[in-house]
Design a protein around this ligand. Structure first.
Ligand code: CTP
Length: 135
């Protein structure tokens, strides 16, 4: 039984999120997802997510292949989460390439390529533009 763990905000879900979760799950038999809290997201990206941490957690939990979700309260606790959830593989998008190599002492660390051309930030900009008649 191989347990995979990944982390993210997963606000305003899009195809890039689905694909990384599916590819992460395909690397093992069980997938745990740490959902960034609203506070952590604010300190990381200086913005408040559209959906609350509890809604984001419920949405991600409902995706086929996601076995377990929890709230990630701090970037500094990643090692603790890896141990707590008995993870064999840490999966991150390659926007984080190299940033989590320190955890290779605890588990395998895999960076997967991001889906091109989409992000929550870009999506929200498009929605704003189309709502104001610019697109
Ligand atoms: N991800 C991906 N492909 C994308 C967007 C995100 O594979 N096009 C992955 C990220 O690499 C990360 C996970 O999905 O592992 C969650 O990313 P998140 O930061 O929540 O999504 P973004 O769309 O990048 O959000 P934002 O624009 O707010 O930074």
């Amino acid at each position: 039984m191989k347990r995979v763990i990944t982390f993210g905000t997963f606000d305003v879900l899009h195809i890039g999120h689905i694909r990384i979760l599916q590819r992460a799950r395909a690397l093992g038999d069980h997938l745990t997802v740490g959902i960034s809290t609203d506070a952590m997201n604010f300190s990381k990206k200086q913005k408040k997510p559209v959906y609350s941490q509890f809604d984001r957690m419920e949405i991600v939990k409902a995706i086929a292949g996601v076995d377990e979700v929890f709230l990630e309260h701090s970037l500094d606790l990643k090692g603790e989460y890896i141990k707590k959830y008995k993870s064999d593989i840490l999966v991150m998008g390659n926007d984080w390439e190299g940033r989590f190599d320190e955890f290779k002492a605890l588990c395998e660390v895999v960076y997967l390529p991001r889906t091109e051309g989409i992000s929550t930030t870009e999506l929200l900009a498009e929605i704003r533009a189309s709502a104001s008649g610019l697109a």
